[in-house]
Design a protein around this ligand. Sequence first.
Ligand code: F6P
Length: 550
Amino acid sequence: MANTETTARAAGTAVERTPQWAALAAHHTEISGVTLRQLFADDQKRAESFTVQADGLYLDYSKNIVTSRTIELLVALAEAAGLRSGIEAMFGGERINVTENRPVLHVALRAPAGVSIRVDGVDVVPEVHAVLDRMSAFADRVRSGVWTGATGEHITTIVNIGIGGSDLGPAMAYEALRDYTDRSIAVRFVSNVDPTDVWEATHDLDPAKTLFIVASKTFTTLETLANARAARSWLTEALGEKAVSAHFVAVSTNAEKVAEFGIDTANMFEFWDWVGGRYSMDSAIGLSLMVAIGPAHFREMLAGFHAMDVHFRTAPFERNIPVLLGLLGLWYRDFFGTQTHAVLPYSQYLARFPAYLQQLDMESNGKSVDLDGRPVQVPTGPVVWGTPGTNGQHAYFQLLHQGTTVVPADFIGFVRPNHPGVGEVDQHILLMANFLAQTEALAFGKTAAEVAAEGVAPELVAHRTFAGNRPTTTLLASRLDPFTLGQLVALYEHKVFTQGVIWGVNSFDQWGVELGKVLAGRIIPELTDHSVPLRHDSSTNALISLLRSA
Ligand code: F6P
């Protein structure tokens, strides 16, 4: 472990003032004319040198605009920024979420029994396993039909009501692991306060066979409570008040509010304030997922998370997958000035993965002050976006190939399909051919001379030329299974952490969501009672008046 006393962070130096930053800036100027064509031509073993494997996950970052010197300099920056001591502080349960005075211990959620992680002198791992055991017992009862609704019917649909981290993780993972779900129990997710969301999720269900999981860390979130109340009315209109205990369970850190809502705290699955909302899918927040895939698969997913935790904590930075992803992202964001980062899974099952990463990354690193509240002087988190390949190829890939903005992209693919396909055509081959072709085309492009040599009409040559040099990172795993999904999620969690440490921001608070919540709280009574005088700006006043007149 690095001596914390020697790091720039420990000395209070902003990252952009370190000699390591200056060295990277100079290096960027030096290699700004370098192309991926040239880098590959100069080094026949480039793919080998820029590849790392960990527990079956294969990272090829050779199609990035980096040399071994770039990686050396980026690693030096990570060291100077105190990443080593930062990792140890997180795993050691220090209160690194300084603005909320909390430890950040999602790594404890997947720590194997027997490992000890202490918060204020108390080992939290036994508590984590006790909740996992309760969740497993509950999931087994629902899956086997032992848990019945108020009228004795088996549960056939679970409706998870939550938002943000209490929705995106389980919703993403339910899609990702559909192949592992018990198809006799469907899971639906309600998050939006738009009444159509809860209506669509319930109107065709049989209340007697429906179980609601109300998931909210705080149990004060407007959207979730409104949806939970709507669901409760829908249920009690059909089955009466007494049915609530058989049809509602809660996941929360706030037993008092759960009881106040009318859910028996015996049916509450707890987690802890040291788990951030966007880092909680492997806590009790994953209960709906566990019912769907079963406790054994859930635990395989936790093992995948843990394997990535161990890799992150122990692998040298230059062979550390989350660190490398974090450093590459920072390289483009801060030295090339890129604004966005695409995540492109070549798996339909990972359709919700980019949306999940949007909260993970943008709520964590979308910050403009450092840990001490001083304005940051360098760009921090990018806009993260993406959709599954190959759909994106027929939509926005035009811009990725020929647009005026460079978008670094992660391509995520799998060697084997979850389903072999139907009929004679091997669709997985078609999918993966596209996966490979895109990163090849983005990296190497097609010169005007090559286009002309194909006999293209001179006036079309410019249109059909591809500049190339568009950076991509390839992540390849053998198959999308619970273990791999756990690895992937933990990989991005730690990527975000790596960047947050280097930028010197608090990746674990989200004050930026508060102002809108407060203002909405002020507008609700103004929309309800039209006699309340309006004291907003002229635009907001006029818009409220329009809504009032409807
Ligand atoms: O509004 C942002 C946020 O606080 C997220 O960080 C969190 O995941 C989400 O709301 C939901 O919060 P809760 O689980 O407390 O309902």
